[in-house]
Design a protein around this ligand. Structure first.
Ligand code: UD1
Length: 418
């Protein structure tokens, strides 16, 4: 798929933000632990969610969309514990079935997951956690295998607050007798959403959103109806769009607190930001100024908005610096932005961006989901036409992208192309 962007239009209007991709993906996996039917509201209809649902079907579950964004999921008593490679290779979040199936079936076989090409993305912390909980874990013919040995609540310290490892360990521990204490846990809003969901199913998880999460094992989980939190990364992308293209955009149905790290940076670069209860308006009234950004686990600046911010800083006056501390390979977008006239030097984890007066439309390639979003943003501000190849990568994470962008005055069109 190709995304064609005609640059030069300022943006005006309101965008309703969808449910969070990263939350929906883990809640769908966690539904495998429930006994009975689970209903999830505010689920974004995007390619990654469809793949996660294919996995649910492959392990024996039933899935039904009700209306636009409500999902009903029902899993039988007997589940298949192996995830097909063809599905697992499509997205990183397939790894979240490790904790879910381990909890539900005492056994899981997960092919090493795929997903965005943004670094080596190992699974050592996930495996260490499950091993401490009493699972035999190992790698076998490209698959991660876990099988219950002697399960017991445990103290687990994560060397890095990995989102996926925190989620897998939380899910694996919910039905294990005793207390599990997870230290240096990830604090992302999606972790809090998972804990709330598990608790709604009858689990006893406390402390989510802090770096110490405690899980008291319960014998079994029940069923529930639950609504996914808004997508802070989607919201952030439209906020940055207002900055790069100019104009005034309001994102609606957001949780303002989740966007504080971005709001602070947008104010730094000279944008006006008005935050209400559930909406944020971003307005550009003058020149963009350079800034410095360091990506960090939440509540630091999110790595998923690093590439979109790089696109914005290409047009800021002065020299900006970005330090990427979460993924080692997340600057591939710089080469594509350079095709549009950006001046960026990358050395290791640091990118130095010299602001330029203008970007020029070009033929470029999305190298990963958020890189693709960054190129789309650059295209909105560039002179002339930008053609982004591999745009299906962008569709993995943005619901109704074209409709939402054209709704605020952008000129974008996606076409089927090799
Ligand atoms: C999740 C998000 C992704 C986001 C990332 C960081 C989903 C589906 N994806 O990815 O959008 O960019 O959090 O906010 O929720 N690491 C290890 N060993 C491990 C696990 C991770 O070294 O066992 C490292 C990774 O290589 C990476 C860092 O920890 O450098 C962060 O990864 P992690 O927080 O696990 O990200 P994901 O859960 O894969």
């Amino acid at each position: 798929m190709k995304l064609i962007v005609e640059g030069g239009n300022s943006l005006h209007g309101r965008v309703r933000i969808s449910g969070a991709k990263n939350s929906a993906l883990v809640l769908i996996a966690a539904s495998a632990i429930a006994r009975g039917e689970v209903t999830l509201d505010n689920v974004p209809k995007i390619a990654d969610v469809e793949t996660q649902l294919e996995i649910i079907r492959a392990i024996g579950g039933r899935v039904e969309w009700q209306g636009e964004n409500t999902l009903r999921l029902a899993l039988p008593d007997e589940l298949e514990v192996a995830i097909p490679y063809q599905l697992a290779k499509k997205l990183r979040a397939s790894n979240l079935f490790l904790g879910a199936l381990a909890a539900r079936c005492g056994e899981a076989r997960i092919p090493l997951p795929g997903g965005c090409n943004i670094g080596s993305r190992p699974m050592d912390l996930h495996l260490k956690g499950l091993s401490l909980l009493g699972f035999d874990v190992g790698l076998d013919h490209g698959c991660i295998k876990a099988r219950a040995r002697r399960l017991k609540g445990s103290n687990i310290y994560l060397d890095f607050p990995s989102v996926g490892a925190t989620e897998n360990i939380m899910m694996a521990a919910v039905t294990i007798p005793g207390t599990t204490v997870l230290e240096n846990a990830a604090k992302e809003p999606e972790i809090v959403d998972l804990a709330s969901f598990l608790n709604a199913l009858g689990a006893k998880v406390r402390g989510a959103g802090t770096d110490l999460v405690k899980i008291e094992g319960v014998p079994e989980l029940g069923c529930t109806r639950f609504s996914v939190i808004p997508d802070r990364i989607e919201a952030g992308t439209y906020m940055i769009a207002a900055g790069i293209a100019g104009g005034e955009v309001t994102v609606e149905s957001v949780i303002v607190k989740h966007l504080q790290p971005l709001i602070a940076k947008l104010q730094d670069v000279g944008l006006e930001v008005d935050a209400g209860e559930e909406a944020i308006t971003v307005r550009r009234t003058g020149e963009l100024r350079a800034t410095e950004i360091k990506t960090l686990p939440y509540p630091g600046f999110p790595t998923d908005l690093q590439s979109p911010m790089m696109a914005l800083l290409c047009l800021a006056k002065g020299t900006s610096i970005i330090v990427e501390n979460v993924f080692e390979n997340r600057f591939q977008v710089a080469d594509e932005l350079k095709r549009m006239g950006a001046r960026i030097r990358v050395k290791g984890h640091t990118a130095v961006i010299e602001g330029v007066e203008r970007l020029l439309g070009a033929q470029i390639k999305a190298t990963d989901l958020r890189a693709g979003a960054a190129l789309m943003l650059a295209g909105l501000a560039a002179e002339g036409k930008t053609e982004i190849c591999q745009a299906e990568l962008i569709a993995r994470g943005y619901e109704k992208l074209e409709e939402k962008l054209t709704g605020i005055g952008a000129r974008v069109e996606s076409i089927q192309a090799p």
